[in-house]
Design a binder for this molecule. Structure first.
Ligand code: ASP
Length: 584
């Protein structure tokens, strides 16, 4: 028996007990005649004491050879500590060791295994198994497991069945590139790894499963923008005989349940906003509504006053920054520089100070009177003491830029509080999105999403205007889930593929299995998928997902611990009938 107790378990009531503990040496303090060792396992830390007067000499010697991260087993008696440590759950006691076994010696770790480590990100990733011993990482993995349990609990209670779907499949378009796997048994042919189990969950509905879920790995070969992973986890769900309203209701309850169970916070409101409104008010389809600063459009107020810059632009739009009228010239210049950086790409900012005394002062005083500026203040919801920042340009671009500024200010001014949860549904997404590169429409969600029946006629005349039965669940400025009501008849699906530029032959080759299935009694159905990594990170009060993943990949998609991806040898290439074109 390696242990009778964990290292986080013993308390003052356990005094005089004989115990056996196993774990890692966290820390050593050697005073020669007396020695203390902090012994750690997943559950906590317990102090061991070796003392010349009470500990046999050989064991004192053995103990003096211990090093950090040695794996040891000790037997001993629980005694009361002379100097107690109120910061440690086990801080009232220590173990007077009577037997010490070194189970495994350890090299000196490349960084300190402590909450505040001296190891940089790269080093920690290379030795992730050591990083995981640290509380901040360990606790995040435990937290993730807890959230997963709650997910399973809620969905099982609602009658969802967890079904696994295959990983070696044929491409499912979710807007990214596929990872592909060559098939040895089928020369020259490839599997694709699922970007999501989308088609399978729909087929499960045709199969009569009625309510499906799966916590599942998905794979997308994208350029890794900040905080994306090529393989990530979704909570994937699908339901039959449902309308959009049914899905929104059940997954509102689901989200409420998770926030309550893991954070103890009651969220009551799940406001709904159309995509068009989200773009107009926040310049963003995943607005953070924890703070105001809604956009106010000013073009009609600002035009024809002699200020050419505004006259010429499609959109003039501003936000009011609460309490910021006192910003210095230098602070405002810093914001102007911030929006002019290539990442944002704005031309500049016009500012209006709505001073505490009610007067208004702006960078465009030459063109606008105080009365004009007062109207801007009304439009942007500014009060005395606020600062109005205005941008102008092409509509979509300007909205995106002002949204970036809004979020930047939200962060800078501490308005995005991690213990506040503000979910909302964004609904009525466009069905199609124009892609400048390929000069054609793409499905904004995916090709299986149903158009709103009342918009179907627009497909031929003004495809960009067609709205979809698609929805996103947004939490604190992050899209945490997205889904849609699906097309469930062959003809509509074929029409959709046609609009997406597939020939009937291409559609049949790629998705014939789905359209065939629709001929055998497909029920109306719809679903949603949550990005599990991000959801966990947000519930944990953080925005980066990497720490919540046991073995994440870096920004180049590499696992630096196992050193993957890696070359494969000639023999393997031959077996797979593959030839590399260039020596890389
Ligand atoms: N398959 C979709 C996605 O991965 C989610 C859904 O439509 O249910 O975003």
């Amino acid at each position: 028996m390696y242990r009778s107790h964990s290292c986080g378990e013993l308390r003052i009531e356990d005094i005089n007990q004989e115990v056996t503990l196993s774990g890692w040496v966290q820390k050593l303090r050697d005073k020669g005649f007396m020695m203390w060792v902090d012994l750690r396992d997943r559950y906590g830390v317990t102090q061991l004491i070796f003392d010349e007067e009470r500990t046999p000499k050989e064991m004192m010697e053995k103990a003096s050879k211990l090093g950090r991260e040695f794996v040891i087993q000790v037997k001993g008696t629980v005694i009361e500590r002379v100097s107690k440590n109120p910061n440690m759950p086990t801080g009232d006691v220590e173990i007077l060791v009577s037997e010490l076994t070194i189970l495994n010696a350890a090299e000196l770790p490349p960084f300190t295994i402590e909450d505040e480590t001296d190891g940089g990100e790269d080093l920690r990733m290379k030795y992730r198994y050591l990083d995981i011993r640290r509380n901040p990482v360990k606790n995040k993995l435990i937290f993730r497991s807890k959230v997963a349990m709650e997910v399973r609990k809620f969905l099982s209670e609602k009658g969802f069945i967890e079904v696994e779907t295959p990983v070696l499949i044929k491409s499912t378009p979710e807007g990214a590139r596929d990872f592909v796997v060559p098939s040895r048994m089928n020369e020259g042919q490839f599997y694709a790894l699922p970007q999501s189990p989308q088609t399978f969950k729909q087929l499960l509905m045709v199969g009569g499963m009625d309510k499906y879920f799966q916590i599942v790995k998905c794979f997308r070969d994208e350029d890794l923008r900040a905080d994306r992973q090529p393989e990530f986890t979704q909570i994937d769900c699908e339901m039959a005989f449902v309308e959009q309203e049914d899905i929104l209701n059940i997954f509102e309850d689901f989200t409420r349940h998770l926030i309550k169970e893991v954070k103890g916070v009651d969220v009551t409101e799940f406001p709904r906003m159309t995509y068009a409104e989200a773009m107009q008010k926040y310049g963003n389809d995943k607005p953070d509504i924890r703070f105001g600063m809604e956009f106010g459009e000013l073009k009609d107020l600002a035009k024809n006053k002699g200020f050419n810059v505004f006259d010429q632009q499609e959109l003039v739009v501003g936000i009011s920054v609460p309490g910021a009228a006192g910003f210095t010239r230098k602070e405002i210049d810093k914001l102007i520089d911030w929006v002019k950086r290539p990442q944002i790409g704005a031309n500049g900012l016009v500012w209006v100070k709505y001073n505490e005394d009610g007067s208004l002062k702006s960078s465009v005083d030459k063109f606008y009177s105080e009365a004009d500026l007062k109207e801007w203040a009304e439009r942007t919801g500014a009060k005395a003491g606020d600062l109005i920042l205005v941008m102008a340009g092409e509509t979509d671009k300007t909205r995106t830029q002002l949204s970036a500024l809004r979020m930047h200010l939200g962060n800078e001014m501490g308005l995005r509080k991690s213990d506040e949860f503000a979910p909302l549904w964004v609904v009525d997404f466009p069905l199609l999105e124009w892609d400048e590169d390929t000069k054609r429409y793409h499905a904004m969600h995916h090709p299986f999403t149903s158009p709103k029946p009342e918009d179907i006629d627009l497909l031929d005349t003004d495809p960009g205007k067609v709205r979809a039965n698609a929805y996103d669940l947004v939490l604190n400025g992050n899209e945490i889930g997205g889904g849609s009501i699906r097309i469930h008849d062959k003809n509509t699906q074929a029409m959709m593929f046609r609009h997406l530029g597939f020939t009937p032959e291409e559609a049949k080759a790629q998705f014939g299995f789905l359209m065939d299935a629709f001929q055998y009694g497909a029920p109306p159905h719809g679903g949603i998928a949550f990005g599990f990594d991000r959801l966990v990170a947000i519930l944990g009060g953080q925005e980066t997902i990497r720490d919540y993943i046991a073995f994440p990949k870096n920004n180049s998609g590499r696992d630096v611990m196992i050193d993957a991806p890696a070359k494969i040898d000639e023999e393997q290439l031959k077996e797979l009938s593959l030839k590399l074109t260039s020596e890389s």
